[in-house]
Design a protein around this ligand. Structure first.
Ligand SMILES: Nc1nc2c(ncn2[C@@H]2O[C@H](COP(=O)(O)OP(=O)(O)O)[C@@H](O)[C@H]2O)c(=O)[nH]1
Ligand SMILES: [Mg+2]
Ligand SMILES: [Zn+2]
Length: 315
């Protein structure tokens, strides 16, 4: 039988088939292999939420996953420094979900305050994993001004899909839900921005806890990202993720970053050096554009902070 992994609880893998959810275990041989490769591979990476799996059915209605899935793509990030999964301070890759079309990067206008640098990290993470970023600015009900958020206008101008909404008043929720039709979308963003609230507003079948204390695992208590997948209809799936304190792209180098800042990339083609990092090099068209006001300064600052945080030697 075939299905999609919807959530993982310890050694239980819940799998959606067309009409039900079946609790499966993983064939023992896979587990041994995972332990043997411990320094290379996370146990949870063998099968993750969003994976398409083949399984056999037991007499009691539970199942056994028989084959490791192949993935179209997967969303991952740099794992936080944790005992057991980080060798000598080197940060490993942590998979959030597999077979993802859209990475919905959720932010809020207030509580917590909008932070464009956090958003840029999410966008780079999404695109470097070959998923399409979709920007959501939630909690617009908390804004006094009626006009669109400045950052909404800016990111739209740069060519991103942006939605402003309120899970509280439902404003903008139907538009967002329509956009996600027939896709698999994973919702990421800092704790408290309203990911679970937005998903709850999509369907009566979704009842995620809001205001969860979800950062414990980031501080080293747990080691897994427990994403949960929901079926809106047979072809539309959404994935909730626990609050993540930092979202950092995995496996990219400093020189890759320009490519993910669309409007910087346009200018960088004409920089004198093809490997220009737009920091100190002469005849840098990006820096010129910033000085002339053609690139928004805060966006350039965000770019600089991101490349500073990348360790060139790592890859
Ligand atoms: N005012 C307002 N509060 C919201 C909105 N969406 C979520 N919240 C509140 O923000 C808090 C965090 O929401 P939650 O969905 O748990 O955020 P998550 O950590 O991203 O999943 C809760 O107290 C929600 O009631 C919104 O659109 N407007
Ligand atoms: Mg939540
Ligand atoms: Zn340059």
């Amino acid at each position: 039988m075939n299905g999609i992994v919807s959530r993982i609880e310890s050694k239980d893998y819940y799998v959606f088939t067309e009409d039900k959810e079946i609790r499966c275990s993983l064939r023992g041989k896979f587990r041994l292999e995972a332990e043997w490769k411990k320094d290379k591979l996370l146990y949870t990476d063998l099968v993750v939420v969003g994976d398409h799996v083949k399984f056999s059915l037991n007499d009691d209605g539970t199942g056994v996953i028989e084959e490791l899935p192949e993935r179209k793509n997967y969303l991952s990030r740099k794992a936080p420094l944790l005992k057991g999964i980080s060798e000598k301070g080197k940060r490993v890759e942590q998979i959030i979900a597999a077979n993802v079309d859209y990475t919905v990067c959720v932010t809020s206008t207030k509580n917590p305050k909008f932070n464009n640098r956090v958003l840029d990290r999410m966008i780079v993470t999404a695109e470097s994993c070959k998923t399409k970023p979709v920007i959501v600015i939630n909690k617009i009900d908390l804004e006094k001004k009626k006009k669109k958020h400045l950052w909404h206008e800016l990111y739209s101008t740069w060519g991103y899909n942006v939605f402003s909404c309120s899970a509280e008043t439902r404003k903008g929720i139907e538009e967002l839900k329509d956009f996600l039709k027939d896709k698999v979308s994973v919702f990421i963003g800092h704790s408290g921005v309203g990911k679970s609230s937005i998903l709850n507003s999509f369907s009566d079948k979704i009842d995620q806890n809001v205001e969860e204390i979800s950062e414990a695992w980031d501080k080293g208590v747990h080691t897994t990202v427990t994403s949960v997948l929901f079926k809106i209809n047979d072809s539309t799936f959404v994935i909730d993720t626990p609050g993540i304190r930092e979202i950092e792209p995995y496996g990219i180098t400093k020189k890759d970053v320009t490519h993910y800042f669309k409007e910087l990339a346009n200018y960088s083609r004409n920089c004198r050096f093809s490997n220009c990092t737009h920091t100190h090099e002469p005849e840098c068209k990006v820096k010129e554009a910033v000085e002339e006001g053609n690139i928004f300064e805060e966006r350039y600052e965000s770019y600089l902070r991101l490349i500073e945080s990348l360790d060139e030697e790592e890859f």
